[in-house]
Ligand binder design. Structure first.
Ligand code: NAG
Ligand code: NAG
Ligand code: NAG
Ligand code: NAG
Length: 366
């Protein structure tokens, strides 16, 4: 593992993961609400409300150019919906619950929390507070925002009602890629120590949510970080960075056993771990079958692999067929890849990417 982790300075988040095919219909929600904690793969606008010039924000074209109904930049790092939206749709909602900071600013937090849920996800966020420090809402703070939400919910609806609602709600978590991207670990020993710190803080956050009443956890692990255009472009051949992918896979393996351990300790905790790595890999090897013409370039960007100019901007070049690309910008998935990814998490595609149960089975559990 020579070379270890790249410090990819500005890299902010994780790409989504997974890929599969076809559509799903909005039906009656199978869970009372959905609470989302994580990074840019799930952010639906929290960062638009964070102060600071270095905060990563997807609040300008060409982000949102295909956003259903309005074609506006909402804060999602995508041309349209992100994977949180598609998971929400599978659960029977129209799209992801709104961002916590948006709901706060509109004085609409509690009505949303009681009927649909809340998203705390923030681009750049890490499991560690030191990751993107000052420019995102780290996981620990997202958990505190949830605690504050819960207290307000109880004041309005009563403790018993809130406790019943939370126990049946879907908690979607997706974080860790930024910690891996920004780490300076180089030796095998450093990487193992990093896993230990990350997993200890991740399980602490899940435990905190559990103590507050959460029972159903849909967890999306990190994706093939070494294959995002921003990393590929660093190699003259445009190849994936294998060392980085190894680090991502090692993290997923560690997370897998940590979650199994938690489930043994905490009565009634149910979870599904989505391995977006496995999901994407099948499609990287046979892109045409999934309808892709490009799995290595950003649809919106500039220069080689569309990854030399950083994020997607209104001056970027756009690919002709947005759905034919896995990547929208130099790091993040297109709406189409997010849709296929969500489908794989619900195991409605051919790829089996979740363990021990699918997101759909998790949602249906009592
Ligand atoms: C990958 O590509 C296949 C087509 O080969 C597609 O059916 C599948 O849904 C895609 N996604 C995953 C996660 O396998
Ligand atoms: C780890 O988690 C705890 C509890 O959530 C938090 O207070 C602490 O700041 C975190 N540590 C780091 C290094 O991020
Ligand atoms: C709990 O919900 C029920 C049904 O909506 C409502 O009648 C009751 O007042 C609620 N309890 C409290 C303490 O608000
Ligand atoms: C670039 O990719 C090739 C595989 O195509 C690999 O052998 C080589 O080590 C990579 N170079 C760097 C600098 O990572």
């Amino acid at each position: 593992m020579k070379g270890g982790l790249f410090v990819v300075g500005l890299l902010v988040a994780a790409l989504v993961g997974a890929v599969a095919a076809s559509t799903e219909a909005v039906r009656r929600p199978v869970v009372p609400a959905m609470f989302v904690l994580g990074d840019s793969t799930l952010d639906v606008g929290n960062n638009n409300h964070l102060p600071g010039k270095d905060v990563p924000r997807a609040n300008q074209p060409f982000y949102g150019v295909d956003f259903p109904g309005s074609a506006i930049a909402t804060g999602r790092f995508s041309n349209g919906y992100n994977i949180a939206d598609f998971i929400a749709r599978y659960l029977g909602f129209e799209k992801s619950p709104l961002a916590y900071l948006v709901l706060k600013s509109r004085n609409y937090l509690i009505p949303s929390a009681l009927t649909r849920g809340v998203s705390y996800a923030s681009a750049g966020a890490g499991i560690l507070d030191s990751t993107s420090a000052g420019n995102s809402i780290p996981l620990s703070k997202q958990v505190r925002y949830f605690a504050a939400t819960k207290a307000e919910m109880e004041a309005v609806a009563g403790r018993g009602n809130v406790s019943r609602l939370l126990a049946r709600s879907f908690f979607l978590l997706g974080v860790g890629s930024n910690d891996l991207f920004q780490s300076t670990a180089t030796t095998q020993g450093d990487v193992i120590a990093l896993y230990t710190t990350l997993i200890s803080n991740y399980t602490a956050a899940i435990n905190d949510l559990y103590v507050m009443g959460a029972r159903k956890f849909g967890v999306i692990s990190v994706s093939p970080l070494g294959c995002v255009p921003a990393v590929r472009v660093l190699n003259v051949t445009g190849a994936c960075n294998d060392a980085m992918n190894q680090i991502a896979m090692g993290f997923t393996a560690t997370l897998k056993s940590a979650l199994a351990g938690l489930a043994q300790k905490l009565p009634c905790l149910a979870y599904s771990l989505g391995d977006s790595f496995a999901a994407l890999e099948t499609n990287f090897s046979n892109p045409q079958a999934a309808g892709y013409v490009s799995v290595d370039s950003a649809c919106c960007g500039s220069g080689r692999l569309g990854a030399e100019g950083g994020y997607c901007t209104r001056n970027s070049k756009l690919c002709a067929d947005h759905d034919a690309y896995v990547y929208w910008d130099w790091i993040h998935a297109t709406q189409r890849a997010a849709e296929l990814g969500a489908q794989a998490l619900f195991n409605e595609g051919p790829a089996q990417v979740t363990a021990p149960i699918s997101f759909g089975q998790l949602a249906d559990e009592r």
